[in-house]
Design a protein around this ligand. Structure first.
Ligand SMILES: [Zn+2]
Length: 545
């Protein structure tokens, strides 16, 4: 006797059809699973047997062979428990091969993990699985109740969330009155229980807030340098609240990644807000870019369309920072395995934070820094040039003066800031329609020459900055892109010298914290970082007049 159930294996972000075939033959009782299963699939034999028995069905005392086809597809996990149990019950005739109900066995995709008592537990990748069922032209999907909402985001396929094995049997026999899951996808866009933050919570730090607004407006990666307790994390957490809301197709992409990673909350159909990920600095390179035998997305992909926050940047392992280069360049990561290589999208805004020195107080006016220049140099050199090169906006976040913290001034809300960001983004989208990019951060050197023209006053200012502040040639293009964003925030077509001056101020690391700057300041007899900026301001201003 033969039973056959359709199921799915998820590889990367794609789900492929797996056929679960069961043959029952007379002979010595035996339960064999073939078709390249990994250890977890073998373990599922015990769970399937117990779940079938404890659900009140008899387990066949026969020679049972389960085949998961195609054999060359790598399968893992416990998600084949439920299809195996149903196939065994179908071979026994308990589940009818074809029923009068709305859900014939041959046209239904089934997935789920069983517990010993026959209850059904959640699986990963329900969203791509439902999408595959629709693509294959099936009638419906039966999957764990806790995953039914994310699967029901896929339009045009009936999704049934189930919680026990007997419920599945009733459903397939056409005896259960279970309605397909429905979700109001639009209601979930822009909604999320986890984010309550707002920029109005942040007292003081006006310059840092302005820099975050500029970053959000142009899609620029950001580095914040400041002593512990200056509010860098608080600021970073609020960046998603001023970015444009997720569009529907962006939300689907991000949700698919979180579905495969198994990081959606039960009953959460959609990632409706831009994700904010802040991996600890002990994260491995596999944790960062993704990995595993059947690869799963890493932090860079979980942050897709959102923000990746790396606090204590110099503390991350060098190889972990190295692997960031690929996603920063291409917006995706490729993971190679012996069988195949697969790729996950990873387009995020990078926000990094660091102390100015190992002890943290180099820039603090109240507390003395105990670090020696070589210690400070070593600390800063941990951040490689290529990574730093991709960060357009680098700012100082000073310790907040007590009077700012206690000030009861009304602070601007995230919604007000976001309105300006949206305007600037709309201008960029219109301007770059023919260029295949969407924001200033993506400008190539050729496009910088085309769109970031400056007048003579700005050019002199830039030359002065390069010379006096010791900026690198690469910093030149970065400054022009950021100046373009600042002009866009004002709705101005031409870049003004004041835009360039502000953009120059966003090169803190290059300017004041590079090796040269450090040495120079020591020679000048000051250890106060920021002194250089104050010194150079009159010069910049003279040029502006
Ligand atoms: Zn220090």
């Amino acid at each position: 006797m033969l039973g056959k159930v359709l199921s799915c294996a998820v590889y990367g972000l794609e789900a492929s059809l797996v056929s679960v075939e069961v043959d029952l033959a007379s002979g010595l009782p035996l339960f064999a699973v073939v078709g390249l299963p990994d250890a977890a699939v073998k373990e599922s034999k015990d769970r399937v047997r117990a779940a079938v028995k404890n659900s009140g069905f008899s387990f066949p005392v026969k020679k049972i062979t389960v085949n998961l086809a195609p054999a060359d597809l790598k399968k893992e996990g416990s998600a084949f428990d439920l299809p195996m149990a149903v196939a065994i019950l179908a071979a026994e005739g308990v589940v009818p091969g074809s029923s009068g109900g709305p859900l014939p066995l041959q046209e239904t995709l089934i997935i789920g993990e069983l517990s010993l008592d026959g209850a059904i537990r959640g699986v990963r990748g329900a969203l791509p699985i439902a999408a595959a069922a629709k693509r294959l032209g099936l009638k419906g999907v039966i999957l764990p109740e806790e995953n039914s909402e994310e699967a029901a985001v896929v339009d045009g396929i009936a999704v049934y969330g189930v919680s026990t094995l007997p419920q599945v049997v009733e459903l397939l026999a056409g005896r259960a009155a279970l309605a397909p899951t429905r979700v109001e996808v639009d209601a979930w866009l822009g909604r999320g229980a986890e984010v309550e933050e707002d920029f109005s919570d942040v007292k003081g730090q006006e310059q840092a807030k302005r820099a975050l607004e500029v970053s959000a407006a142009g899609g620029h990666h950001l580095l914040m340098i400041g002593p512990p307790g200056s509010g860098k994390t608080m600021l970073a957490q609020r960046l998603p609240t001023i970015l444009p809301e997720l569009a529907f197709d962006e939300a689907i992409e991000t949700t698919t990644i979180h579905s495969v990673a198994g990081s959606l909350r039960p009953q959460q159909p959609l990632v409706g807000l831009r994700p904010f990920r802040s991996p600890h600095h002990t994260v491995s390179d596999a944790g960062m870019i993704g990995g595993g035998q059947v690869p799963r997305p890493g932090e860079v992909s979980l942050a897709h369309h959102g923000v990746l926050f790396l606090d204590e940047l110099p503390e991350f392992r060098r190889n972990v920072l190295e692997v960031l280069r690929q996603p920063l360049e291409s917006g995706a990561v490729t993971i190679s395995r012996a069988t195949a290589s697969l790729s996950f999208p990873a387009r995020f805004m990078l926000v990094a934070a660091m102390n100015p020195c190992p002890c943290g107080f180099f820039t603090d006016p109240q507390r003395a820094c105990r670090c020696t220049p070589p210690q400070i140099q070593r600390y800063r050199s941990k951040i490689s040039g290529p990574l730093l090169d991709r960060i357009d906006v680098q700012i100082e976040v000073p310790a907040v003066p007590v009077r700012d913290l206690s000030a009861d001034r009304s602070q601007e809300s995230s919604a007000e800031i976001r309105a300006r960001v949206l305007n600037a983004r709309a201008i960029q989208r219109r301007r770059y329609r023919a260029d295949g990019i969407s924001c200033n951060a993506e400008l190539s050197p050729r496009l910088v020459r085309k769109y970031c023209r400056v007048d003579d006053a700005s050019r002199r200012l830039l030359e002065l900055a390069m010379e006096r502040l010791g900026l690198s040639a690469r910093a030149y293009g970065r400054i022009l892109k950021v100046a373009r964003t600042i002009a866009d925030l004002e709705g101005r077509d031409a870049i003004a010298a004041s835009d360039v001056a502000e953009a120059i101020a966003y090169r803190s690391f290059d300017r004041g914290l590079g090796e040269r700057g450090l040495g120079e300041r020591r020679l000048e007899g000051t250890t106060r970082y920021g002194a250089l900026r104050r010194d150079s301001r009159p010069a910049l201003n003279r040029l502006l007049i």
